[in-house]
Design a protein around this ligand. Structure first.
Ligand code: G6P
Length: 612
């Protein structure tokens, strides 16, 4: 989704901005632009629809644009189609103020009407342009940019991260944030703003996370932060603990491929520091046995793959905790009058920590008096900061839009917290606890076993990539895996695909099975294997082609009836999803590769969805 970068220093700004935007390309965008100020030329704006390369070509890599102060933006269209005019930056009518914006201005129509009545002419269809004109109005009114920004923000409703420059302020970059991420980067004689740390990590790891309502004024030598009443604030600095290389492809053909292969390491990093002397130790969470006993309900709220991690979490936690666990789509939860009170624990799961719906669900849970725990990957992200407690997954930066290691580490974190709570509640026998914990620690190695030889996955992808509709079926945890496997496939290969609980087949879906339909049948749950086999027989009888995913010990039996079998190592039944997801990710990857899709940046999708 949209990306912001801003720079002020003593080197030419435009190449720095373009490089920052390039690092954020993975987020998904449909147009890009920069605004740079120089003494001789004033504000210079360049924008273009399509790939960032077009903008880079247009400006000769930024060399054409003079000036050491500027802002840049990659846009993911919400208001108005992707074109050169709607692309950011947007400029005030007098050409003095340029701004870039992430988020949505909800009252923009009302403001637009007021400004139109005052004679302002609009050139774009965006909500953002309204703010450029409004800012000019208040700047003319008070003659001070900071004050004008403060007045303007008081009039707008919605979510925003802004980067603003004004030709009257040759050395100042202004930033503001509400419900959309923005960080400040501190350099030597230069300073930055960015909506995503990847944009500035090559320049600095010394950052501060802006909070809602804050406004910052950056020059090459100083950073001053104010609250919404323009009172000065002290900001704590944080250090980004990953380096630029972890956000590089490092010789791999795609980030997604690299990230799939990184899963053993990411899961290991998430699990190993939290297991000590045969126990799960969560220093990050301070729950007492009494508190956990008092819980009447647990919710998991999330979007996309993180929601699918929650579906796995529901099955495993209900078995471990013997407590009701509901999993809810964050976008539905917030409007459903959820049954949350002080006896409710709400777990928000989010790789980016910036997904707007998950954030809103978290706030709703807090408003209703529930206790909240975030399972997040991005350190210092909004969800991580707003939740009562946070447990970080240590996946490192994830760049491909379709998540892989983000998802696996969410499963790992859910398994850890599940065991931790079960221990506090006393709902798991010691022997079972020990067995599960031991298996949890072997997961990275078992994942690796699969990841050193996946020729069969490649082969089946090359056999089945031409299908235009694929069904995933499974029961219980295998159904949860089907949901994620199907999402992976449709996200990156654009093949229509659906996941069904096998028991539901006869209630409708089976009518769609005809000769040649590809069904991916999951049968990794030992206790339900016979039922999985029956479902395979059932769809085969209607002419389906079946690719089965099972465990090594069931491979032979499955091979007798399925057209193809992908077998993963065996582990504790509740942990099996952590292994069975790997062939599904690779299958999606190779199918997309065969179809020539843009794997890391699938059409219309964004890495972190910061609008509703
Ligand atoms: C987007 C991404 C998905 C991700 C979902 C939730 O749709 O493409 O891969 O699962 O957002 O993201 P989050 O950052 O909250 O986990």
């Amino acid at each position: 989704m949209c990306g912001i970068v801003g720079f002020v220093g003593d080197q030419q700004a435009a190449p720095v901005l373009l490089e920052g935007l390039r690092q954020m390309e993975y987020r998904g965008y449909d147009s890009a632009g920069v605004a740079v100020r120089s003494e001789a030329k004033g504000l210079q704006i360049r924008k273009s629809k399509g790939r960032l390369q077009t903008l880079a070509d247009l400006t000769h890599g930024g060399a054409d644009l003079e000036g050491t102060l500027g802002i840049g933006h990659t846009r993911w269209a919400t208001h108005g189609e992707p074109n050169d005019i709607n692309a950011h930056p947007h400029v005030s009518g007098d050409g003095k103020i340029a701004l870039v914006h992430n988020g949505i201005i909800e009252n923009y129509l009302e403001l637009k009407e007021q400004l139109t009545r005052q004679g302002v002419a609009f050139t774009s269809e965006t909500d953002t342009e309204v703010v450029a004109h409004l800012l000019r109005f208040h700047y003319q009114e008070c003659g001070n940019m900071l004050e004008a920004v403060g007045r303007c923000l008081r009039r707008i409703e919605g979510s925003y991260a802004f980067g603003i420059i004004c030709s009257d302020y040759p050395n100042a970059l202004i930033a503001a944030r509400k419900d959309s991420p923005l960080i400040i980067g501190f350099g030597e004689g230069e300073n930055f703003i960015a909506s995503d740390a990847t944009a500035i990590i090559r320049h600095t790891r010394d950052v501060a996370y802006m909070n809602d309502g804050e406004i910052a004024v950056l020059t090459a030598q100083s950073v001053d932060v104010f609250d919404d009443e323009l009172n000065p604030l002290e900001k704590a600095h944080s250090r980004i603990d990953w380096d630029a290389a972890s956000a590089e492809k490092g010789g791999f053909p795609h980030f997604m491929f690299k990230e799939i292969l990184e899963q053993p390491e990411a899961v290991h990093k998430t699990i190993s520091p939290r297991i000590r002397e045969g126990r799960v130790v969560l220093d990050d969470i301070q729950f007492t046995a009494d508190y956990v006993q008092s819980l009447s309900r647990i919710y998991m709220v999330a979007c996309g793959s993180a929601y699918h991690a929650g579906v796995v979490g529901k099955y495993t936690w209900e078995k471990l905790l013997r407590r009701p666990v509901e999993v809810a789509l964050a976008s539905e939860f917030r409007y459903s009058e959820p049954l949350v009170d002080e006896h409710t624990l709400v777990i928000a799961i989010s790789q980016s920590g910036e997904t707007l719906d998950t954030m809103a669900a978290l706030r709703e849970a807090k408003r209703l008096g529930g206790r909240t725990l975030a399972i997040c990957n991005a350190v210092g992200s909004s969800i991580a900061r707003e939740a009562g407690d946070v447990l970080y997954t240590w996946a490192g930066p994830e760049i491909a839009v379709a998540t892989s290691k983000g998802y696996s580490t969410q499963l790992a974190a859910l398994n850890l917290v599940g065991l931790y709570l079960a221990d506090l509640l006393g709902t798991v026998e010691k022997q079972e606890y020990d067995r599960m914990l031991a298996e949890l620690q072997t997961l990275p190695e078992k994942m690796r076993t699969y990841l050193v030889n996946f020729e069969d996955t490649k082969y089946f992808a090359s056999r089945f990539f031409h299908h235009d509709s694929i069904f995933f079926i499974g029961r219980n945890l295998d159904y949860a895996m089907g949901l994620e496997g199907s999402l992976k496939l449709k996200e990156i290969s654009y093949i229509h695909s659906e996941a069904y609980a096998s028991g539901e087949l006869k209630h409708g879906t089976i009518s769609l099975i005809e000769p040649g339909t590809l069904v991916v049948a999951l049968g990794t749950c030992g206790a339900l294997f016979e039922k999985a086999m029956s479902n395979v027989v059932e769809v085969k009888a209607r002419g389906a082609t079946v690719l089965a995913v099972t465990t090594e010990s069931y491979r032979q039996r499955m091979e007798k009836i399925a057209d193809g079998v992908l077998a993963v190592p065996e582990t504790h039944p509740l942990l099996q999803p952590s292994l069975s997801i790997v062939p599904l990710q690779l299958f999606a990857y190779y199918v997309a590769l065969q179809r020539g899709c843009d794997i890391d940046k699938p059409r219309n999708l964004a890495k972190s969805v910061t609008v509703e």
